[in-house]
Design a protein around this ligand. Structure first.
Ligand SMILES: Cc1cc2nc3c(=O)[nH]c(=O)nc-3n(C[C@H](O)[C@H](O)[C@H](O)COP(=O)(O)OP(=O)(O)OC[C@H]3O[C@@H](n4cnc5c(N)ncnc54)[C@H](O)[C@@H]3O)c2cc1C
Length: 381
């Protein structure tokens, strides 16, 4: 591969890079997937607890709200390459799917089958796939992209697609290195941080409740300018929470974690009376109201049920996704081209867009990869 020249180089052999290769027939043009780690699709293999929740059922219209402020920006891309398109693509290739309350999985329950389908299609589209090929530099020289690989040698490509993911689970190869390289090119990057992660708070009182979950709890994260006043709400989600021995988890907490800022407040409103809580939790709340008596104790308990406030100490670094990444304003979302550079594209989790749990993040990889494939197809030489 040393000094070789390609029409298209995809940096990253994870979900979005492989979805692109699987959907782009090179028609004889030279194309390469450069995967930094030894294993392709490591994060895809661990997704959905190894079962891979590829997308969510229902109307694609409902997806817009799943990505926060990025949702409306991605609308066209999501509509053009929707959840039903993704499901049909896999089913047409023999991968049976099953819908479990909206979450769509391969019927086999094996993420491996999703990865194998992508790899088979990429191979039939004649992509050269190289693992252990970590990119350490990228620059434009004489109208081509010069890509430096670990070990110091270079290759060149007319088009480069960055599909290098975010910063969480760095052992999968997604270590944020490409975000640094893009930043050095002058591309604006929103600071990456973990999302879909457990939240740890100061003075956590629920260690004894580890393993207990509660339904329909409203969780509110407050923004930095409202640290001690609780006036400026950042976001609110209602759903299940899980008490861990050292912090909060469960879908409502994971989904709000992108808004949780260390040093700021997070509020739990349990939406039920004391008597309807698990006995062990009733005891913890009673203990916390101890020292007050009579009417005051009753009102402290009522307050805790509705305003159980904590200061966020940290968000677990092992988030399922990364919030932050390449600013969406830098990218033409109808092609995935970086506006200021010819022949440079960004797709998947490397973008400053992340979704809630339920298959929305892999759907985003699919929608951005297929949008990019459409544009690249026009220019294959
Ligand atoms: C535990 C877990 C469970 C999850 N479950 C689900 C789920 O069920 N449903 C869902 O929708 N989402 C889920 N997600 C999120 C989903 O897996 C990711 O959003 C998705 O894999 C992102 O795909 P990507 O291709 O953009 O990035 P990645 O999958 O991270 O792939 C990026 C690839 O780029 C490579 N790379 C990085 N830097 C370089 C470099 N410099 N040179 C060369 N290669 C490089 C990496 O090695 C990596 O293989 C889960 C995530 C985790 C961690």
């Amino acid at each position: 591969m040393k000094n070789a020249s390609y029409d298209i180089a995809i940096i990253g052999g994870g979900a979005s890079g492989l979805m692109l290769a699987a959907n782009l027939d090179l028609m004889g043009a030279p194309g390469i997937v450069l995967e930094g780690s030894r294993v392709l699709g490591s994060k895809l293999l661990m997704s959905g607890g190894g079962r891979c929740n590829i997308t969510h059922g229902g109307s694609i219209k409902d997806f817009i709200n799943a990505y926060g402020e990025a949702g409306p920006v991605m609308r066209k891309c999501l509509y053009r390459h929707s959840n039903s398109g993704l499901m049909k693509w896999f089913e047409d290739r023999g991968l049976e799917l099953t819908d479990e309350g909206g979450r769509v999985f391969p019927a086999s329950g094996r993420a491996r089958d999703v990865l194998d389908t992508l790899l088979d299609e990429a191979a039939s589209n004649l992509w050269q796939i190289e693992s252990g090929a970590k990119v350490t530099g990228l620059r434009k020289a004489d109208g081509l992209w010069e890509i430096t690989l670990d070990g110091g040698y270079t290759i060149s490509a007319r088009n480069v697609v960055v599909a290098a993911g975010g910063i969480t689970y760095p052992e999968t190869g997604s270590d944020g290195s490409m975000l640094g390289i893009l930043k050095d090119l002058g591309i604006e990057i929103t600071d990456p941080r973990p999302a879909l992660a457990p939240v740890y708070v100061d003075d956590y009182p629920y260690a004894d409740l580890a393993g207990i979950s509660l339904k329909d709890v409203s969780v509110t994260a407050f923004s930095s300018d409202a640290a001690h006043t609780c006036k400026g709400k950042a976001a609110r989600m209602t759903g299940d929470i899980l008490f861990m021995h050292n912090g909060f988890s469960g879908p409502a907490v994971l989904n709000i974690s992108r808004y949780a800022e260390p040093g700021e407040r997070i509020r739990f409103s349990y939406n039920r009376e004391l008597k309807d809580l698990p006995k062990r939790m009733q005891k913890v709340l009673q203990d916390r109201a101890r020292g007050t008596s009579g009417d005051i104790k009753t009102s402290v308990l009522a307050m805790l049920l509705d305003h159980d406030d904590f200061v966020v100490r940290s968000v677990d670094s092992r988030g399922m996704v990364t919030a932050g990444g390449v600013l969406l304003d830098e990218v033409d979302m109808s092609t995935m081209r970086v506006k200021r550079f010819d022949g440079l594209y960004v797709i998947g989790e490397a973008l400053d867009a992340d979704g809630i749990t339920g298959g929305y993040n892999l759907q985003m990889c699919w929608s951005t990869a297929c949008t990019c494939a459409e544009d690249l197809k026009k220019g294959i030489q």
